[in-house]
Ligand binder design. Structure first.
Ligand SMILES: Cc1cc2nc3c(=O)[nH]c(=O)nc-3n(C[C@H](O)[C@H](O)[C@H](O)COP(=O)(O)O)c2cc1C
Length: 342
């Protein structure tokens, strides 16, 4: 074997190991959430779990490709493993956007087939794509061409509007499998594109975990994660007895320590000791210092930290001191120390 061939083989093996690690990380992931899971939030979450997979907010392919808004891709090196979620429905544009994501160093590129907001519907992407599985397969194929060894994944619903989930979901999944998608996360409820707001679409259509479990039995070789309504690490563990992975959204944002604080030990078998809630808060000092020195505001970071003490003594005061003080001119890390429960 020539030196070049040996190098290529080594690189391929390194990619394979990386993808295995990523697949393990996806046992527990924090969902993409617009305006919530920004880079400050992800840095904070990463202090609680070194292992969970973190998703960005959705970035649209047109914003990157037509708008040149590449700053939307900036992230902190500490955030790895981190997946960028793209919105779009035009294969060539998604391919170009994927190339930007891969060049920026993202570990995974995810396609949004689950978001029901009006803005997203009008651009013909998000959940409405559940009605066009062949187009989604073309999008995934185009993204894979640009992604190389970086996995391309999909986040979807069980169906939209008057679709029958037990019919459309298996068809959708088999098309994704044929397109070679690396992993799929299913938000286990329908989206109603007419009549329900995006927020209502996260609560009103009933959850159907049984259907998602049945899909895992029907597609044993497809890596499937369940999303929607997971409230605790106990629930994550229970779902992992059916599924390859679990994605947590709102609970990870509002009670981050309850979901992420013990996740490395319980979900990933990591022997390293977890940080306490206080240690997590104090560990934000350098990051906040850098953010303020670069002209940022304290509230941009601390708004994501309000749930750190959820359910603990002093939680209300922590939230109040930060909410009232962090947006004021000159507010610095001392406010975080002042807000800490005694
Ligand atoms: C504020 C907010 C913003 C969201 N933004 C996105 C998004 O950009 N892309 C996406 O696929 N899902 C988005 N979602 C949906 C979540 O990823 C997740 O599917 C949903 O909240 C259900 O999971 P949960 O019950 O664990 O919160 C958002 C949810 C919330 C609460």
């Amino acid at each position: 074997m020539s030196e070049k061939e040996t190098d290529e083989k080594c690189l391929k093996m390194a990619d394979m190991n990386k993808n295995q690690e990523l697949s393990k990380a996806s046992r527990l992931s924090v969902a993409p959430m617009m305006d919530w899971t920004d880079r400050h939030c992800r840095y904070f979450h990463r202090l609680m779990s070194r292992r969970a997979l973190l998703y960005t907010e959705m970035v649209t392919a047109p914003a990157l490709v037509r708008g040149g808004a590449l700053h939307l891709l900036d992230f902190n090196p500490e955030e790895h493993p981190v997946a960028l979620q793209l919105g779009g429905s035009e294969p060539e544009e998604l391919k170009a956007a994927t190339k930007f994501c891969v060049d920026h160093g993202y570990d995974e590129v995810n396609l949004n087939v689950g978001c029901p907001s009006d803005r997203v519907q009008s651009g013909a992407f998000g959940a409405v794509l559940m009605k066009s599985p062949d187009l989604v397969a073309d999008c995934v194929a185009a993204m894979q061409e640009a992604a190389g060894e970086v996995p391309v994944t999909v986040k979807c619903r069980i169906g939209v509007d008057d679709q029958a989930p037990s019919e459309v979901l298996p068809d959708f999944l088999s098309k994704m499998q044929a397109a070679g998608v690396a992993r799929i996360t299913v938000h286990a409820r329908k989206a109603w594109l007419d009549g329900l707001s995006p927020k209502e679409n996260r609560d009103i259509p009933p959850l159907d975990y049984d259907l998602v479990h049945a899909m895992k039995r029907e597609f044993p070789d497809l890596h499937l994660s369940l999303n929607g309504g997971i409230q605790s690490l106990d629930m994550v563990e229970e779902e992992l007895s059916h599924m390859d992975g679990v994605m947590v959204g709102r609970a990870a944002y509002h009670q981050p320590y309850d979901i992420l604080g013990q996740a490395d030990q319980r979900i990933f078998g990591d022997p390293r000791a977890a940080l306490s809630r206080h240690e997590v808060a104090l560990a934000m000092e350098d990051y906040i210092g850098r953010h303020l020195a670069a002209g940022g505001k304290l509230a941009q970071v601390t708004k994501h930290m309000l749930g750190l003490f959820a359910g603990q003594p002093g939680a209300r005061r922590w939230k109040r001191v930060l909410s009232e003080g962090a947006h004021k001119d000159g507010a610095g890390f001392e406010l975080v120390k002042e807000a800490l429960p005694g």
